[in-house]
Design a protein around this ligand. Structure first.
Ligand code: SF4
Length: 375
């Protein structure tokens, strides 16, 4: 996945805390941003397939999607067969029908479009923002919506949750600059809105080994491993996992790491922040769930959210026999509805709580033919 940030530094909104709200751009600077973006899109047209790039997200300073050229470029990217997802972070401060018109005119594939929409209570209303989200979702566009976790805005964010279509995930970002820790009550309120809010409160020690599947590029061609890591001076530096950070301090950083939790919760391109919400998940044990002699706390928490809040059915898919699987996965065993054990020789469906009460458990064994065993 590639994240792209052009030289754009201006915005249609003027939030009090944001430096880009005060930054105007001359016509010439805007033209330069446009040229850089189209040059990037052309490079993708030539190189995306060979370089193994499957997804692109624009993470601008300011707001990109009020400019026609970004929609034209996104349409171009979405037409490429190797690109499976293309999108942007946005404040949705544009007319949906205007944007759809440009995207369609340039042959864009809306199925591949992904938007990370941020609600700015200072600049827009819940009605307007939720209305735009609803319009986009009705057009089949995948979208996530959220805001900074400002304690004073809890009621407003609850209202936003109520007004959004229920399948749109609402994320909450930890508020930097709050000047104090969140209270238990605030944590509870934000966690009710965003089941993954706990991840915002965790410390994520940097581990650049997990960052080889994603690149961050700027309009002038400078590369980083992620949005907060140091500029790479050569391809070798990337190989050497140079990131220059102790912590992955925001979702764009930790959420893009190539690890089990991100993939499990958000699929192959977790940075769009759109949960996968699968009906069922089959997870291998050795080296996946169970690594370094245990199931990590991070993985356990993700399994809890998946099964209890997202209501996905969890299954093991393992070469281990049942008893050994049970021994290793004791702490999370109750979250699983069964599994494929012993490499497929033993299938078990324990079912949901209701199924258990109705004795709906199903179990099958597949035995090797005697002739094969004797050999
Ligand atoms: S700071 Fe960025 S590059 Fe470094 S480990 Fe975290 S996500 Fe990876």
């Amino acid at each position: 996945m590639i994240l792209y940030r052009g030289s754009l530094k201006s915005c249609n909104y003027h939030c009090s805390y944001c430096p880009f709200s005060k930054h105007g751009m001359t016509q010439k600077e805007l033209e330069q941003d446009q040229e850089q973006w189209f040059a990037f899109v052309r490079r993708m047209q030539i190189q995306a397939e060979a370089s193994g790039t499957h997804a692109v997200m624009i993470t601008p300073y300011g707001e990109a999607l009020i400019h026609e050229w970004y929609w034209e470029g996104l349409a171009g990217l979405s037409r490429l067969s190797g690109i499976k997802a293309a999108g942007a972070q946005t404040n949705l401060g544009f007319s949906v029908s205007w944007a759809a018109g440009i995207f369609e005119k340039h042959g864009g594939n809306a199925k591949k479009l992904r938007l990370w929409a941020t609600f700015h209570p200072e600049m827009t209303t819940v009605d307007a923002f939720a209305g735009a989200c609803g319009q986009l979702a009705a057009a089949g566009i995948q979208i996530s919506a959220g805001a900074v976790g400002v304690p004073e805005n809890i009621d407003l964010l609850r209202q936003l949750r109520r007004q959004l279509p229920s399948d749109i995930y609402v994320w909450i970002n930890r508020m930097d600059g709050l000047g104090r820790a969140y209270t238990e009550k605030e944590i509870q309120a934000f966690s009710q809105l965003d089941p993954y809010f706990y991840r915002e409160l965790q410390v994520h020690p940097a581990n650049a080994k997990e960052c080889t599947q994603r690149l961050f590029t700027e309009g002038d061609g400078r590369l980083r491993m992620c949005n907060i890591s140091t500029v790479l001076r050569s391809a070798q530096e990337r190989e050497a996992d140079v990131c220059g950070r102790k912590r992955c301090s925001c979702y764009l950083a930790y959420g893009g790491r190539n690890n089990l939790v991100n993939q499990m919760l958000f699929g192959p391109w977790p940075l769009f922040r759109i949960p996968r919400r699968p009906k069922a998940v089959f997870i291998d044990i050795v080296g996946t769930l169970y690594a370094k002699g245990e199931i990590s706390k991070e993985v356990r928490e993700a399994l809890y959210v998946l099964s209890l809040k997202e209501k996905s059915l969890l299954f093991f898919a393992t070469t281990l026999p049942y008893n050994e699987a049970r021994k290793r996965c004791g702490p999370v065993w109750h979250l699983f509805s069964g599994g494929v054990f012993a490499g497929g020789a033993h299938l078990l469906y324990r079912g949901t709580q209701t199924d258990l009460m109705q004795q709906m458990q199903k179990e099958s064994f597949y035995f090797m033919e005697e002739a094969i065993v004797k050999k």
